[in-house]
Ligand binder design. Sequence first.
Ligand SMILES: Nc1ncnc2c1ncn2[C@@H]1O[C@H](COP(=O)(O)OP(=O)(O)OP(=O)(O)O)[C@@H](O)[C@H]1O
Length: 285
Amino acid sequence: MTARIELRGVTKRFALRGRRPLRTRDARGRGPRPDHTVTALDTVDLTVADGEFLVVVGPSGCGKSTLLDLVGGLTTPTEGEILLNGAPVTGPGTDRGIVFQQYALLPWRTALGNIEFGLETTGLPRRERAARARDHLDLVGLTGFGDRHPHELSGGMKQRVAIARSLAAGPDVLLMDEPFAALDAQTREGLQEELLRIHRRTGRTIVFITHGIDEAVLLGDRVVVLTHRPGRIKEIVPVELDREGTDAASLRSDPEFTRLTHRIRELLHDEVALARAREREELAA
Ligand SMILES: Nc1ncnc2c1ncn2[C@@H]1O[C@H](COP(=O)(O)OP(=O)(O)OP(=O)(O)O)[C@@H](O)[C@H]1O
């Protein structure tokens, strides 16, 4: 297995500036004591293989977005290190594309213009940029919509443009933070299939965050289940479904699909309850 991304003992703590300290217990349960930091992630070790589709699930506030931001170089670990292609991550780079829940498209630019935007810092000649943007518009199934502005596109189309923009810059890794969460169920299902197709065609490494257990099993080669905060790896569930030539509806009716969703739901159940209890404790403190 060639490692594309490696997290080694990654801990991330945030300072609670201008906020009441949390009252936390130490690892032995001693306390609670006032704590002026919040530990989002605690000693996370994780390797993502080249070309892998890795999905991360966990209760709200357990550090999923933090994990993605760290790999994206938008923030730095408090302890530990993150390697991309064997080299430490020191900041953002065109080798990683990020897609958020909100499309973050430029409203004054067309779909093609938005895709090209990601290429403007690459030094590619203009004509090549235009050709590459068009290829990626086709890749996400938006041929013919290149001249539309974001307000003329549906939510699903906007997210396709955002995915195309991220892919056009030729990243090794696509980081996706709940990219389909704001979409209606039908659009989401369409985009899930589209993303699987794109993954097959491009062989890119994808790290994908979701709250959807179905979505996790449908898309992931492995599903990482995080504990409640501070996020630690609770379990990594391998998904061995034969997706080749199978549509999402057939996959969903596969008994193995049901077994896997059940397993992940079980793993999450206690963590969600513990996360809620912690929220209540912190509010009351
Ligand atoms: N910049 C920051 N400053 C202080 N605390 C932060 C900061 N960013 C995140 N946190 C805290 O770190 C913890 C993890 O946040 P994060 O957004 O990574 O969780 P998440 O699992 O993505 O949550 P959700 O599922 O609700 O999106 C939370 O308690 C959050 O309040």
